[in-house]
Design a protein around this ligand. Structure first.
Ligand code: NAD
Ligand code: GDC
Length: 343
């Protein structure tokens, strides 16, 4: 019997890569769903059942779970720190998606359910400038003090997944993604995360000849960034594992934003003057993934180096920027964030 897999948020960055990977594997039927119109999907496949629906709505969830064996919930109104700091209410409304998907999955007897949580669930005090070791382990989510808005929704939804498993028997798997990057993702407009933003700015500098770059904060902020291929591989391993508690899925290679800019400059073959924006969103001082648990449970961890992953990502973003410049379309170059519910 061929398995049917629902990918919620399939029009997005990670969802699009997951559909591409499952399609390539060729051993399942895929149902791809996203609220965006198809022409805005990062990756769209004519031979994949694709639906444009709002999964905050219970009837839409009832429709998409019919006949499904497994669900990957990657649907969320989200983005980089510039977006989540300015749209806390919208990020909390994401709880409707996971709640309605869990309720309807239980009703139709779905076998396995994957929820994409985030490193934003971790305690803020372990990520501030007083710290020296920013590697976060799974138990560091409690006592709870997650990122305001977005992080609280992710932590709440993690717990809903646990209780759905304990009370209803639905097998749920939860991974806390640490800043995933790669091609076919958001690279401008205010929702982009740092790797895509830095690649865009370096590409724009290279194309325009204006060899300067604007960096948010002072560039000493520390992060680890996971290449998309590792993200997909890790998701599939965790989904089919016996790991019933939330687990880190991230790179242990921590860098400062300044170091990431230097890597991008080296890839592009240029040196830029750096302007720092103290008024832009910076999030936590430092965050990285402690991979002890995933190594112990799966004998595997994300391993693509930031240099190698950024080289592939830069190549794709450079082409997008070149295309935009050719079309003379405006490219978001300064700090700008859209507020979805602002009057
Ligand atoms: P993304 O924004 O590219 O994809 C999310 C998709 O969900 C979008 O295409 C969006 O249109 C869709 N969506 C939003 N609301 C919806 C709704 N009501 N109904 C149907 N679809 C809806 O984001 P991503 O980077 O691919 O992230 C995927 C998941 O992983 C999200 O849940 C995100 O919170 C989580 N995550 C991502 C990262 C990362 O670094 N990319 C880190 C931590 C967690
Ligand atoms: O946006 P982000 O990748 O999110 O920012 C990382 C760091 O890079 C921040 O300190 C930010 O100030 C800095 N930065 C410097 N210049 C720029 O031009 C720029 N654009 C952006 N975006 N950042 C810049 C994220 C969440 C995600 C997800 C991941 C999980 O927080 O936004 O939704 O949950 O965490 O790891 P970040 O890492 O703070």
């Amino acid at each position: 019997m061929v398995k049917k897999i629902l990918v919620a948020g399939a029009g997005g960055f990670i969802g699009g890569h997951l559909v591409a990977r499952l399609r390539e594997r060729g051993d399942c039927e895929i149902r791809a769903v996203d609220i965006k119109p198809f022409d805005q999907w990062h990756q769209y496949f004519d031979d994949v059942e694709s639906l444009c629906l709002d999964l905050r709505e219970r009837p839409c969830c009832e429709k998409v779970v019919v006949g499904v064996d497994e669900i990957y919930n990657l649907a969320a109104d989200m983005g980089g720190i510039g977006f989540i700091e300015g749209n806390k209410f919208a990020c909390m409304v994401n709880v409707l998606i996971n709640t309605n998907l869990l309720l309807t999955a239980n009703e139709v007897g779905v076998e396995r359910f994957f929820f994409s949580s985030s490193a934003c669930v971790y305690r803020g005090d372990l990520q501030n400038s007083d710290q020296t070791n920013f590697a976060l382990k799974e138990s560091d989510a409690y006592p709870a003090d997650p990122e305001d808005g977005y992080g609280w929704e992710k932590l709440f939804s993690e717990r809903m997944c646990r209780h759905a498993m304990e009370d209803c028997g639905l097998i749920t798997r939860v991974a806390r993604f640490h800043n995933s990057y790669g091609s076919h993702g958001t690279w401008s407009g205010g929702r982009e995360k740092a790797p895509a933003a830095i690649c865009r700015k370096v590409a724009f500098a290279s194309i325009s000849g204006n060899h300067s770059i604007e960096i948010w904060g002072d560039g000493t902020q520390k992060r680890s960034f996971m290449y998309i291929d590792d993200n997909i591989e890790g998701m599939l391993r965790i989904m089919y594992s016996d790991i019933s508690e939330p687990i880190n899925l991230g790179s242990a290679e921590m860098v400062t934003i300044n170091e990431m800019v230097s890597i991008a400059e080296d890839i592009a073959g240029i040196k830029l003057s750096r302007r720092y924006r103290a008024d832009a969103p910076i999030g936590v001082a430092g965050r990285s993934s402690d991979n002890s648990m995933i190594l112990e449970r799966l004998n595997w961890e994300p391993s693509t180096s930031l240099y190698d992953g950024l080289a592939k990502t830069y190549e794709w973003i450079y082409d997008q920027v070149l295309g935009s410049v050719a079309k003379n379309s405006r490219i978001e170059t300064a700090y700008g964030v859209s507020r979805l519910y602002a009057k």
